[in-house]
Structures are given as C-alpha cells and as structure tokens.
Design a protein around this ligand. Structure first.
Ligand SMILES: Nc1nc2c(ncn2[C@@H]2O[C@H](COP(=O)(O)OP(=O)(O)OP(=O)(O)O)[C@@H](O)[C@H]2O)c(=O)[nH]1
Ligand SMILES: [Mg+2]
Length: 261
C-alpha cells in the first residue's frame, strides 16, 4: 500500500504505532538501507516507542556483509539480522524484543515494505505456520495480532511504501508483477541493475550469455518454449517470469553498506 498519498493508510500506520510498545522495521538483507522508511522511524521515535531494525532474508547475503550492515545501522537503532527461511537469528530477535519490553506481555508490531517477510517472521517466532505468507507482494491485507510466545504479542500488518518510482519499487520486489503495465521496460531495467552488480549472475541462473538485454529475453523465451502463436518469442511473458524470479529471490545481488553502486 502506498502511504504518501493516502490519508487512510497513514491513519492505520498511526494506529499501529500507538497500539504497541515496540516497532520492528523489517528490511531486506540485499539492500537494507533502501528499505527504511525514515518518516515512520521519526514518528515512532517521537511517540517514545522503541524501534528495532530487523534485516530479514539474511540467507541470501554473505555473513560478513550482514555484519557490516549491522554495525552501520546499530549506530542509529538496535539491529538484528535473521532468516525466517532458515530459522536463523530468532533467539536473538526474541531476546532483543524482551530487552526493550516496558511490560510483559509486550506488544510488538512488524512494519515494512510488502514482501520483506513480515508474516514469515511471525511464523518462525511462533514455531508454526499461523500467518499467511506469499511470494506475491501485498498479500497481507489487514493487521492481525498473534501470540508468538507467552511473553510476546506481535501485530502483523500490510506492507506499506512511500511514493517512489515504479522501477525502484520493482527492485524492492514491492509490486505485484501481474499489475505492472509495461513488464518489458521494467525487466530491462532490472536486468541492467543486476548486470551492474554482478555481470555473471544472469548467465549463471539462466544459462544464456549475451550483451544485448532484449536478445537475452528473446533467447530465454525460446529456450523455455514461451512462444506466441506465430512462433515469435513471447518476451512480455518472459519479462514477467524474470520479475517474478527476482521477487522470489532466485536471482540474487546485494549491496554493501559503504559502496554506492
Ligand atoms: N529467502 C528468504 N525468503 C523469505 C524469508 N522470509 C520470507 N521469505 C519469502 O518472502 C516472501 C514474502 O514473505 P511474507 O512473509 O509473505 O512477506 P510480507 O512482508 O508479510 O509481505 P506482505 O504481506 O505482502 O506485506 C515469501 O515468498 C517468503 O517465503 C527469508 O528469510 N529468506
Ligand atoms: Mg504479510
């Protein structure tokens, strides 16, 4: 949900912050800084609530990079990194929540962009699948409170993002691929971004090597048998597949804190 333009969404963000003791801002490990919502962080701090940064999907990034991010972000807010997929870091997250709990049971809310793994964090803390999760961003539509341990209650919330251009939201896997009007342009931008970070990544994942990005989509469509009626490669469908693969973490590139590339 876009929040900058919607009074209703801001109202629900305020309601979430007012109703809890601690906010966990969930960031994607591949570029944690870019997933921060400074406006929400400011509101949380002003209201005297504790903010903890939770870097999720840490299975996708080398440990030394995660440590660098932790060191940098910890200068501003307590920071932990976890992987809900591999069930790593959950003990330290529980410990951090209890460390800042003003009362027991403590009430905590998860906030962050769509698809960062908020609902998955509930499930991994609870130790069983309770909150609905999906590789499609925008899955959680309503806030819901879960008792994850006898001492910790956590509010799952719908993903929110500020006004940002479509490409940067796509790079953050925050938009539903089916709703993207021009998937080819978006996929080409994504390919450019991936190649800049790791020139060999696409060849590794898809087994196709070419410098021409459009040709890459064509060759891949042919390889996968994604053809239109006349036998032409269906590059629009191929573009959507690549965008979905990116959202699912099949193609992985990451950013280190000190570099600007
Ligand atoms: N690799 C990896 N994938 C993860 C991890 N946590 C969640 N995912 C995947 O990320 C996708 C989104 O997870 P959700 O928990 O539904 O994300 P969310 O933040 O609740 O998303 P919305 O409800 O859309 O706001 C799913 O496909 C999860 O399987 C993780 O630690 N590592
Ligand atoms: Mg969710």
């Amino acid at each position: 949900m876009k929040i900058s333009s919607s009074k209703k969404t801001w109202k629900s963000v305020f309601r979430v912050i007012n109703g809890v003791d601690i906010i966990l801002e969930v960031l994607d490990s591949r570029d944690p800084e870019s997933f921060r919502n400074k406006k929400i962080e400011e509101i949380v701090t002003k209201k005297g609530k504790k903010l903890v940064l939770v870097i999720n999907k840490s299975d996708l990034v080398p440990k030394e990079v995660l440590e660098e991010w932790k060191k940098k972000l910890s200068k501003e807010y307590p920071t932990v990194y976890i992987s809900s997929k591999d069930r790593l870091g959950t003990k330290i997250l529980r410990k951090t929540i209890l460390k800042y709990a003003p009362k027991i049971p403590v009430k905590v809310a998860l906030i962050g962009y769509p698809n960062v793994g908020k609902s998955s964090i509930i499930n991994v803390l609870k130790g069983k699948h309770s909150a609905g999760t999906s590789p499609i961003p925008g899955f959680t539509k309503h806030s819901q409170l879960f008792r994850v341990t006898p001492k910790i209650l956590i509010l799952d919330t719908p993903g929110v993002y500020p006004a940002e251009d479509e490409i940067s939201l796509i790079l953050k896997s925050a938009l539903e691929v089916e709703k993207i009007e021009d998937p080819i342009t978006c996929a080409l931008e994504l390919i450019k971004f991936i190649k800049k970070k790791d020139p060999k990544q696409l060849a590794k994942v898809y087994g196709i090597e070419t410098d021409d990005d459009l040709e890459f989509l064509e060759k891949l469509a042919i390889k996968r048998g994604r053809l239109l009626k006349g036998g032409e490669p269906d590059i629009e469908e191929m573009a959507r597949i690549i965008l979905r693969d990116w959202q699912k973490g099949k193609i992985v590139v990451w950013k280190k804190p000190e570099t600007s590339n």
